[in-house]
Each structure stands twice: as C-alpha cells, then as structure tokens.
Design a protein around this ligand. Structure first.
Ligand code: OAD
Length: 230
C-alpha cells in the first residue's frame, strides 16, 4: 500500500494497557474537574494540585506496557511504502516504546517538563513540585508539565495539517471526538479525498463523518486492520 496514511489515536488505544480514558463513567474527568487540573489558570491558582495530578499519571507509566494495538501501528509504519504520520492526543509514552517514529504528540508528553521562565524543555521521570528549580535558568517555581492544557495551542499543528491535506487514508482509533482541533481532523482528511475509518470500542458521536466504523477493543481491531483493507 503506497498511499499516504494518517492515524489519530486517543485514550482508548492505551485503555487495555491499564491507563484510564477521560470520559468513561470511571474516567479521569469524573474524578477530577478539568478547571482544577488541566488549564493554565488552575496551574497559576494551585500548582501543587496540578503537579499531584500529573505526578500520579507519570508514576502510572512505570507499571504499564504497550499493547497489541501500539505494536501493530509501529509495525505498519516500518513496512509502509507511502508517507505515514501517527498523531496522538495521548501524553503517555506507549507509542514511542512500541517503536513508532513518525509521531506527533499534539497534547504534549508526561515525561517532559517546560520552564515558564526560559522555555527550556527537559525530560522528567520523577515527581515535579512547585518548588523545583530549572536546571537551565536556576529559577524555582517555574517548571510545569509539558502538557497542552485546555485553552492552549496543541503542538505540531502545521505538519499535522500538511499530512492531512495529502492523505489517502485517515484512521481514528480510540478517541471520542470531543476535543478540537483533533475532532475536526476527519473533516480535513475527507476534504482531501481520504477514505476515513474509525476504530472504537463503541459508536461515537462523530460516526457519520467516517466512511466506515469498526467496533471492538483496539488490541483486537488494530492488528490486521491495514491488511484487511486491500
Ligand atoms: P476520551 O476518554 O474522550 O475517549 C476515549 C475513547 O476511547 C472513547 O470513545 C471510548 O469508546 C474508546 N475506547 C475505550 N476503550 C477502548 C478500547 N479498548 N479500544 C478502543 N477504543 C476504546 O479520550 P480522548 O478522545 O483521547 O486532552 O480525549 C481527547 C482529549 O480529551 C485528551 O487528549 C485529553 C482530554 O481532555 C487534554 O487533556 C488536553
């Protein structure tokens, strides 16, 4: 298959690895209010609470592994002839660990921190605190998780739009389609003439935007998916 392929993933692809999704009945946004932990205002108001939230999620990464869906996408990328871009809304590192390389982590990375004073981005494995000192500019109280919060501009939008504008196949996996701009990528791909397919555990509200929807757990629907197309 030599067509250009763009894949968009959301929390559903990591669910079977043991990471909770956001909008399920027992999801992250049931236990935490977005306004308390996922906005720049929340961080200004109570950085400790925001750090606690992301520290807990960063620690979880030590106990999880990529699942069959992450591995299958990395294998497809290696074997594929045409252009390929994997866009993920996830901030876990499971695609990277599975070996995906053409990866746009549009909502940031749990294992990175950013300095509000000097804009340096550095890797972080341990907990981050409001008192932490930036190794680059030596200021304290200026380090934040390198996560795109509500009200902030997602990363990599320019290469993402370039890829969507010339793709022949767009596949959305494990995302509810609630958060823009990612929720609108299917329409950009459609306008470019791409065949658009979604893989999800269940029907989504954006189902009508896709040419085809396939239901089931990602670990079952993703392996073999590309072979099933041709
Ligand atoms: P959601 O929690 O909104 O949606 C997860 C989707 O995964 C749902 O449609 C589920 O049906 C599906 N799902 C669950 N388990 C699955 C499985 N085993 N296999 C396949 N699908 C499964 O998560 P996202 O759509 O990723 O942003 O949420 C998008 C953004 O909203 C996140 O990146 C985050 C959040 O607020 C920020 O924090 C900026």
């Amino acid at each position: 298959m030599s067509i250009n392929v763009v894949v968009l993933t959301g929390a559903g692809i990591s669910a079977e690895s043991g990471l909770g999704t956001f909008r399920a009945a027992d999801g992250l946004w049931e236990a935490h209010r977005i306004e308390d932990v996922a906005t720049p205002e929340a961080f200004m108001r109570n950085p400790g609470l925001v750090h606690d939230f992301y520290n807990a999620r960063r620690r979880q990464l030590r106990d999880v592994e990529p699942n069959a869906a992450h591995w299958a996408l990395a294998e497809f990328e290696k074997a594929h002839d045409g252009d390929f871009l994997l866009i993920t809304q996830n901030v876990d590192d499971l695609h990277k660990r599975a070996g995906s390389r053409q990866l746009a982590s549009m909502h940031g990375d749990l294992l990175s921190m950013r300095c509000l004073a000097c804009d340096t981005v550095a890797k972080i494995q341990e907990d981050l605190s409001a008192a932490a000192v930036c190794q680059s500019c030596n200021q304290s109280g200026v380090l934040r998780p390198d996560i795109v919060w509500f009200g902030e501009m997602p990363y990599h939008l320019s290469p993402i739009h370039d890829a969507l504008s010339c793709c022949g196949l767009f596949v959305a996996i494990g995302t509810s389609g609630n958060v823009y701009p990612a929720a609108g990528f299917v329409q950009t791909a459609k306008a470019a003439g791409a065949r658009c397919i979604e893989l999800n555990l269940e029907k989504t509200s954006g189902e009508h935007f896709f040419d085809d929807s396939r239901y089931g757990p990602a670990s079952k629907t993703v392996p073999g998916f590309f072979d099933s197309l041709y």
